[in-house]
Design a protein. Structure first.
Length: 429
């Protein structure tokens, strides 16, 4: 099959990828398995290190007590990537905290590079070519990088003594910098972070705050989906960051993490900034300041205090801040999540429903986040027996998801099943 994309030189941006032929919205442009990947701290203990399935009960590696698997066959499949890492993890067991996701990921790449048989196959971009942006770093960042590569060296010390066989240009600090600028968060279909991985060819994609493509994962496989019709030779773009942030915050994150200034039309016009920060400034500042604490409660699964906090902040202010304000919106989502975990379905639906209009405002195009949120709300409606409403919402979710996730994605299949079930229940009612 002819490749739908090709490497090119994008004006003002350097390397990029563009459509080799016309592409329709919903088409899968490219799929890739990672060059290297790890389950992130967020997913540890609930995600299989091999297939990235999420399960309540997993088997733990008896040696390092860090890696988890569905079963013996997943453990066996992961062994070539885990074998040397397992020893490093064992050595650091009492100091497990220093092993950050990026330390683990870079270490896996080092093992790969030191294995003489390693081959890159059909990648459009090589590890040596990846940008490290070391020259653009502030002194403080460079110091941080030095610290991280020192940690990496401690982590690797029993397994790798001699780094002189590393390919030229790939000393530890540069490799570390390359990986942090170029790795992607791997999420499940519902957009929850589960891991981090390096997909070399995909590192050629440039950023746009309103991109024409999205990355969706099925396990560890990355699928690049077109969310718009794209003419031949047009550049393919993704968003490197959560775009539901005011332009100034987006620019800051892009500069700090990726070392460039976004010139996209959304940034140029500061589009939606006014909506994002609408309402009484003092009130939404309080909401914004409360978010880290509430997210901490969420991590600790303390649903009751979490819900109380959210309720006080979103319901206690009259109309001072509209639901479309991004901090108010975040609180509504957190309130919905707490309610679901407490089994308070009616209330969860109220909060969920309030998010939909702001979601449509921020994702006026087909976006995976819109599909997932519509599905969540539709699920609640269905559960509460509001079948017609549920059917309508799920149908809207489906229209978006078949483009953003593709018809074959497991979540799209699940949604199709829900629609059929809803229809069957309606005809019996
Ligand atoms: Zn598995
Ligand atoms: Zn292990
Ligand atoms: Zn932008």
């Amino acid at each position: 099959m002819a490749r739908k994309l090709e490497r090119f030189c994008s004006e003002g941006k350097g390397n990029g990828l563009r459509a080799a032929l016309p592409i329709r919205a919903g088409e899968q442009i490219f799929t890739a398995e990672p060059y290297a990947h790890v389950v992130s701290k967020n997913g540890m203990g609930t995600t299989c290190e091999y297939c990235f399935s999420r399960r309540k009960t997993l088997l733990r590696c008896s040696q390092c007590k860090t890696a988890y698997y569905c079963n013996a066959s997943c453990q066996k499949g992961a062994w070539p990537d885990h074998r040397r890492e397992c020893k490093c993890l064992q050595n650091l067991l009492p100091h497990k905290k220093i092993v950050t996701d990026s330390v683990r990921l870079v270490a896996r790449i080092v093992f790969k590079l030191l294995k003489p048989s390693s081959c890159l196959g059909e990648e459009l971009y090589s590890l040596t070519e990846l940008e490290s942006h070391v020259a653009d770093m502030s002194e403080q960042k460079e110091e941080g990088l030095g610290l991280l590569s020192a940690m990496l060296q401690i982590y690797l010390k029993e397994e790798v003594i001699d780094f002189s066989h590393m390919p030229p240009g790939l000393d530890l600090p540069s490799l570390y910098a390359k990986v942090t600028c170029n790795s992607f968060t791997i999420s499940d279909g519902e957009l929850q972070e589960v891991g981090v991985g390096l997909y070399l060819s995909m590192s050629l994609l440039n950023h746009d705050c309103r991109p024409n493509c999205v990355m969706i994962f099925q396990g560890t496989k990355l699928c690049l989906q077109a969310i718009q019709d794209i003419p031949a030779l047009e550049e393919l773009t993704i968003s490197y960051i959560d775009t539901r942030m005011p332009s100034e915050d987006r620019q800051r994150q892009l500069r700090d993490q990726y070392h460039f200034r976004c010139q996209c039309p959304c940034c140029a016009s500061a589009d939606k900034d006014v909506d994002m920060l609408a309402g009484d400034r003092e009130v939404w500042r309080t909401q914004q300041d409360a978010l880290p604490r509430i997210e901490e409660l969420q991590d600790q699964q303390q649903w009751e205090p979490m819900l109380e906090h959210c309720q006080a902040l979103v319901d206690g202010n009259g109309d001072a801040v509209p639901d479309s304000n991004i901090y108010a919106l975040k609180l509504l989502e957190l309130a919905q999540d707490a309610c679901i975990n407490l089994g308070q379905w009616e209330k969860a639906l109220v909060y969920g429903t309030r998010t939909l209009q702001p979601y449509r405002l921020y994702y006026p195009y087909l976006h995976p986040a819109l599909a997932v949120q519509l599905m969540r709300v539709g699920k609640l409606q269905q559960y509460l027996g509001r079948l017609e409403e549920a059917y309508g919402t799920l149908q809207q979710a489906y229209d978006v998801m078949k483009v953003t996730h593709g018809c074959e994605h497991s979540l799209t299949c699940e949604l199709r099943g829900m629609l059929q079930q809803c229809q069957a229940e309606m005809s019996h009612a």
